[in-house]
Design a protein around this ligand. Structure first.
Ligand code: XUL
Ligand code: CO
Length: 439
């Protein structure tokens, strides 16, 4: 790459937990081999193009606060190219093996769809070169079907079929370039696939249309030989009042209703989980239990704010519990940990972006190490196993195997008397967790 866009930022070294160098990793040691794989390969970190390279600090009350050097001058396509070079320099300096983008993040819209498509194709060509030169790979691609005014009433769920058609064209090209760039997954986040009011909405028809849209994508992927994993990213609301992919449980019902469950897994985002009134771990448990754990959008919300603040993740307890569930279910497969997180509005310097990612990566690396110890020692698992032991034999076993009936159980209940009261030991277990978190 020709020019250093982050001249003051070195390749971030690993210096260990005792280091007080703010520009060093304390827990993420990309090259350390653990169980035959490097930490880089285990953790599969990814940087989100939209926040880190398109985010400018705007909020509903104010315009941009952040202006990077590569954005300062030039035509949109020239800026897009400089931005892409800056991004790959950043990915490399942070030892992030992956990145993710929406089609419209990397290339500007043209005067019509044909020009927009050409812009994207050209920029994707440059992305391919930069991927080759740096070894950074594409974790997933997606299409932005929510920013443009045409999508104000949804994309696949828009009442106007012409908008559905436009969105389909966008997904077709996004799939083409994701395949071309070796993307390992493809994400659908239905930001505007929901409604503002039921007064003007045919909910059933909209959900049918969303399913039809996803089937079209699955069929096209098959046709072009795209082998990546399709992912649904649930979120209950924002920007819509109600989004159809509300949470993992409603997502599973949707996928099964429309016979899509073989083709999709879930991309679970921490802040979306909390917006749905769940914990991050809850969403991972529901997906893991259904064998549909796909990938993670790593961030965190703010308990005092009711919207998607997309902060960089620093909450060790929340992430360790999530990581515990992920490891318990055998990991994320082709997924990874994508930092779908943005700087706070006053964090205007390039170095803030570096601190933010160091913090996020170190939080996940430490959480991963702690969760591995928790699993290896088996303290929580042993307690849970014992708690359900009555289902391992006798009547409990018959219930699980579907080999009993209500009459037999009613008879047994008369015989066995009142069930014994047994403690759930929550406080004891919380103390154990703290011993692992803060030792
Ligand atoms: C929005 C969000 C998206 C998706 C990709 O809340 O999380 O950025 O991750 O469209
Ligand atoms: Co996300």
């Amino acid at each position: 790459m020709k020019k250093a866009w982050f001249p003051k930022i070195p390749v971030i070294p690993f210096e260990g937990p005792e280091s007080d160098n703010p520009l060093a990793f304390r827990h993420y040691n990309p090259d350390e081999v653990v169980d035959g794989k490097t930490m880089k390969e285990h953790l599969r970190f990814s940087i989100a193009y939209w926040h880190s390279f398109r985010g400018a600090g705007t909020d509903p009350f104010g315009g941009p606060t952040i202006c990077r050097t590569w954005e300062a001058k030039g035509k949109p396509m020239e800026v897009a190219k400089k931005r892409l070079e800056a991004a790959f320099e950043f990915f490399t300096k942070l030892s992030s093996p992956y990145y993710c983008f929406h089609d419209r993040d990397i290339a500007p819209e043209g005067k019509d769809l044909a020009e927009t498509n050409r812009n994207l194709e050209e920029i994707a060509g440059l992305a391919k070169e930069l991927q080759k030169a740096t070894g950074v790979k594409l974790l997933w691609g997606t299409a932005n079907l929510f920013s443009h005014a045409r999508y104000m009433c949804g994309a696949a769920t828009n009442p106007d079929a012409a908008v559905f058609v436009h969105a389909a064209a966008q997904v077709k090209q996004a799939l083409d370039i994701t395949k071309e760039l070796g993307g390992e997954n493809y994400v659908f986040w239905g930001g505007r696939e929901g409604y503002e009011t039921l007064l003007n909405t045919d909910l059933k028809r909209e959900m049918d249309h969303l399913a039809a849209f996803l089937h079209l994508a699955v069929d096209y992927a098959k046709k072009i030989g795209f082998k990546g994993q399709f992912l649904i990213e649930p979120k209950p609301k924002e920007p819509t009042k109600h989004q159809y992919d509300f949470d993992v449980a409603s997502g599973i019902a949707f996928l099964r209703t429309y016979k899509l469950e073989k083709h999709f897994k879930f991309n679970i985002e921490t802040n979306h989980a909390t917006l749905a009134g769940h914990t991050f771990q809850h969403e991972l448990e529901v997906a893991g239990g259904a064998g549909l754990l796909g990938s993670v959008d790593a961030n965190q919300g703010d308990t005092l704010l009711g919207w998607d603040t997309d902060q960089f993740p620093t909450d060790l307890k929340e992430i360790t519990l999530g990581m515990y569930t992920i490891l318990k279910y055998g990991g994320l497969g082709s997924g990874g940990f994508n930092f779908d997180a943005k700087l706070r509005r006053p964090s205007v310097d390039p170095i803030d972006l570096v601190y933010a990612h160091i913090g996020g990566m170190d939080t996940f690396a430490l959480a991963w190490k702690t969760a591995r110890r928790l699993l290896k020692d088996g303290v929580l698992a042993a307690f849970v196993k014992e708690r359900y032991a009555s289902y391992d034999s006798g009547l409990g076993r018959e219930v699980e195997k579907g080999k009993t009936d209500l009459e037999a159980l009613a008879k047994a209940a008369l015989k066995q008397g009142e069930p014994e009261s047994r403690s759930g030991r929550q406080e004891y277990l919380e103390n154990i967790l703290n011993r692992y978190l803060y030792r």
